[in-house]
Design a protein around this ligand. Structure first.
Ligand code: NCD
Ligand code: ZN
Length: 351
């Protein structure tokens, strides 16, 4: 196949940041994607509907002229979140989901939830009104090995929560393990998972072999090869419970290339090229649309996009910049470590 036309994709997990960084990165998403779920882990985080409204306005203001893009806003769940505020945000159409970060799990998550009991009133309200919970599924207990944090989270936090509140719709974000995939597949309802571009491509060797490579470090951290293979099988299967959430998470290079580098990989600019490569390798290009453009909207109860994009296979590798320059500083672009041949033909086509 030399060319494939699919509905315009959406990104169901994206970090756009704020200020100069937001201005520097947004076009890499809005050029290709119609919508994205926007992560609320700013400093300070987006905790109230009022915060989300103001952040949404800043995002729309940063959009390049002529780009059509809809930011889907989330609230950062704290132990003090008000169920009424969440409900109001959801009913007004502003809030698409609430995000649970276990305290200390990742970048800017110190204000996250320590005691799940304290979050129960909000979670109960969300279950009542059908508002999804997006979950960063890692425990933060220091005695749990970082490579086991997702599996332990499923057993000790997620499964008990889902048994207690079976009506709550949960998105397990950026699934990185076979355990996560199996858990989602075994669920009868109300559970789905997003998968990032980079976790389909790298395993933990990318971070650690031949020297420490900070631009492959993200959270949840990439796992062993058998886990990567399980993610690929799930992503290309067409199973409606799995969809794209890039978790593209820009940090300026000086904050990645230092003694205590930040977690996050920047993939917005080349995600669709990387995914087409992965799906082609798996003989599943015909299922790329399900993963990137259909399963996510179906899960979030939204219509798929009417516009189409065309990806076309180039004889010569498509060259992406090694880094982009933003007003906040340079951001290194994810290098999949193989040449990319698929290119998004730039203009989105209305159907
Ligand atoms: C994210 C970030 O930088 O905000 N980092 C990452 O490695 N994915 C936070 C997150 O989603 O865990
Ligand atoms: Zn993220």
């Amino acid at each position: 196949m030399q060319s494939i036309t699919i509905r315009r994709p959406d990104d169901w997990h994206l970090h756009l940041r704020d200020g100069a960084m937001l201005e520097g990165v947004i076009a890499d998403t809005s050029r290709t994607f119609a919508r994205a779920i926007i992560m609320p882990n700013l400093v300070p985080p987006v905790v109230t509907t009022t915060d989300a409204k103001a952040y949404r306005e800043r995002i729309l203001k940063a959009l390049p002229l002529g780009h059509r893009f809809q930011p889907l806003m989330t609230l950062y769940l704290t132990e003090h979140t008000s169920p009424d505020d969440v409900e109001e945000g959801a009913r007004s159409g502003l809030i698409t989901a609430v995000k649970l970060y276990p305290a200390g799990a990742t970048t800017n998550s110190h204000g996250g939830v320590r005691d799940m009991e304290k979050a129960m009133p909000v979670l109960e309200r969300m279950a009542e009104i059908g508002l999804p919970l997006c979950v960063h599924g890692e425990v933060t207990t220091p005695d749990v090995d970082i490579f086991d944090r997702e599996a332990v989270f499923i057993d000790t936090v997620l499964d008990p929560l889902r048994k207690r509140l079976p009506e709550l719709k949960v998105t397990m974000e950026h699934v990185t393990t076979a355990d996560g995939i199996d858990y989602i597949k075994a669920a009868k309802s109300n559970l789905a998972g997003s998968i990032t571009t980079h976790h389909l491509i790298i395993n933990r060797n990318a971070i650690l072999v031949g020297g420490i490579r900070p631009h492959y470090y993200c959270l949840p951290v990439a796992k062993r090869e058998n886990h990567r293979l399980a993610l690929r099988t799930a992503a290309v299967s067409g199973d409606a419970r799995f969809f794209l959430g890039t978790d593209s998470a820009p940090h300026v290079d000086p904050l990645k290339e230092c003694a205590c580098g930040c977690a996050g990989i920047y993939t917005s600019i080349n995600t669709m090229s990387c995914l087409a490569h992965v799906f082609e390798q798996e003989g599943a290009l015909d299922r790329l649309e399900a993963f990137a453009s259909l399963n996510g909207p179906a899960w979030y109860g939204l219509p798929p996009n009417e516009e189409r994009i065309t990806l076309s296979r180039q004889a010569e590798p498509v060259v992406f910049p090694a880094r982009i320059e933003t007003g906040a500083g340079p951001v290194t672009v994810f290098d999949p470590m193989f040449p990319l041949h698929w290119q998004v033909m730039q203009r989105a086509q209305a159907f």
